[in-house]
Design a binder for this molecule. Sequence first.
Ligand SMILES: NC(=O)c1ccc[n+]([C@@H]2O[C@H](COP(=O)([O-])OP(=O)(O)OC[C@H]3O[C@@H](n4cnc5c(N)ncnc54)[C@H](OP(=O)(O)O)[C@@H]3O)[C@@H](O)[C@H]2O)c1
Length: 323
Amino acid sequence: MRAVALDRFGGPETLYVKSVPIPEPEADQVLIRVGSAGLGVWDIGEREGFVAKMYGHKPTFPYVLGTEGAGKVAAVGEKVKDFRKADLVYGLTWGTDPKAGFDAEYVAVAADWVSPIPSSLPIEQAGALMIDGAVAFRGLDEILKLKRNDNLLVFGASGGVGHLAVQIGVRMGAHVFAVASGDDGVELALRLGAEGAVDGRGGDILASAKRVASKGFDAALFTASGEVANRALSTMRDGGRVAHPFGLDPAPKARSTVRVQGFNGGDYWKVMPRALIRKLNALIESGPFEVHLSRTFPLEKVREAHAALESHHIGKMALLPGA
Ligand SMILES: NC(=O)c1ccc[n+]([C@@H]2O[C@H](COP(=O)([O-])OP(=O)(O)OC[C@H]3O[C@@H](n4cnc5c(N)ncnc54)[C@H](OP(=O)(O)O)[C@@H]3O)[C@@H](O)[C@H]2O)c1
């Protein structure tokens, strides 16, 4: 099969498409014919060896990249009970299996790390859902305990986590205000249901925020940080709740009357957040939902894809191994 397989960790020059054997699924694994492999900022870290180091893995080369994706089950190991050939699934290998990567025509993944695709979502979009979807939903549901009619601020609202959080927040009945990046980011956030949006790369956040939440925001999800983010934090009301995924550097800091909490999408991604993913799937199936793919690439364009990750883009991007 064709796969993005590294001979060593490093820069973009390590990215090649190679012919490697199709993995044999072990007893507890499913073999997936990959339709879509989501790209995220963490792919750069995986390529550079940071993920293997963080999890204490001793990787073997060629090392197939790709931490999340979706496709059709091609075969199942003899102990797998929950999935059958031809099921449509999405899943994760982030930190769980150094031998498996989604940037390939096939991947063998432990069935524990796989979920059915929400029936309304195309495979291409489902491939980019798992990591940012789990973060957005956990942040709003478990960490912020978002309530109907809460005034919610999403900072970084046009990014991978952010554009999903806008839609989930709206579906949960909150009034969503988006701080997005660029005119295209503002347009995306408004199209996805935000009641107001401002460009955090140039717009007047404080004036716009005042118009939609004159008493300050009840809750906020921050997916980007820095000087503008700190300014946006001042729009929280006393007693307001702020959540941010771990990995955000520097982490947001607010005054003492605002609670700030960092979190991971899964329980440090050591256990598949199965109940969370089930609830996320149900929420997605309950109405229109989009994992916005601003660009897709065939495997052969993986260098272009990694370069695109480091420049302005909105929503998510994905490699399509069948293209
Ligand atoms: N711990 C976990 O489980 C976990 C999982 C997933 C992600 N994360 C972390 O969560 C963070 C977000 O991830 P992501 O996938 O959503 O990344 P992303 O797609 O890069 O989203 C971040 C967004 O913030 C935007 N942004 C930056 N500064 C802004 C500003 N001043 N105003 C408005 N928008 C601004 C960026 O836009 P431009 O760059 O285009 O300007 C980008 O769209 C990252 O730090 C990632 O490491 C953690």
